[in-house]
Design a protein around this ligand. Structure first.
Ligand code: PMT
Length: 216
């Protein structure tokens, strides 16, 4: 089947040399892309700036900002059988970008931020996506409650709940430990494992679920 995957962080510029971002390394999303390719799927990987290389055989689309990732997803989602949103997209960006480097003038500096585009939240409601929709929920508290809320609010078939408060899993680590949240089933915890092994499990699960729903 055709799978679109988002990965990595976004960078939201403040001035020509500074930006707001987060600690996503892209490892989880790139592992998903590799596992999907290995399973014989056609993969589009839309990635924020990372230092790792894209797996062979995957179509890589590189973006920097949340707006660019939104546009890249919007332009490529049609015709995909499944989409997995693992990117850590900035929820807010500086409301304005200074043309010159901001000078150190006062003891404090107040930034005004504005909301970015909600890419996952737009998949169904704005882009009209009808394929299998999987999102992540990266949470530091009330993990399953927030994940269930995202599942319903964003029209997902699956939310992969990721406790990012624990050392050694989540952002910029080799391993991950997640719980699968589905609309009509109890949350299903998976063991802590390498992102490569987890990615293969997730791709196998998503392929089976998409096939049951006759989406490819
Ligand atoms: O990249 P790694 O270092 O390997 O780390 C992996 C990870 C921790 C980044 C990954 O496993 C993960 O949890 N990704 C989701 C990160 C996140 O920002 O989650 P969130 O709960 O803020 O967002 C919920 C969902 O909406 C996610 O699917 C996200 O991709 C999507 N989203 C969020 C904001 C936005 N403006 N647009 C979106 O599409």
């Amino acid at each position: 089947m055709k799978i679109l995957i988002t990965a990595g962080p976004t960078r939201e510029p403040l001035d020509p040399v500074r930006y707001l971002s987060n600690r996503s390394s892209g490892k989880m999303g790139y592992a998903l892309a590799e596992a999907a390719r290995e399973a014989g799927h056609e993969v589009i990987l839309i990635s924020g700036p990372v230092v790792i290389s894209a797996p062979a055989g995957v179509t890589l689309v590189q973006v920097e900002t949340a707006r660019q990732m939104y546009e890249a997803v919007r332009d490529r989602l049609e015709g995909q059988n499944a989409a997995i949103f693992s990117a850590a997209v900035a929820d807010y960006r500086p409301a304005s970008q200074a043309e010159q480097k901001i000078k150190k003038t006062g003891d404090t500096l107040t930034l005004t931020l504005e909301k970015t585009e909600d890419i996952l939240g737009s998949a169904r409601s704005v882009f009209g996506f009808t394929g299998y929709l999987a999102g992540f929920a990266a949470e530091t508290e009330r993990l399953l409650e927030h994940a269930q809320d995202k599942l319903v609010r964003k029209g997902c078939d699956l939310v992969i709940a990721n406790d990012v408060s624990q050392a050694g899993i989540g952002f910029d680590s080799e391993e991950n430990e997640v719980t699968l949240c589905l609309p009509d089933a109890s949350p299903f915890p998976l063991p802590r494992q390498s992102k490569a092994v987890l990615a293969r499990e997730l791709i196998a699960f998503i392929t089976q679920q998409a096939s049951l729903k006759k989406l490819f």
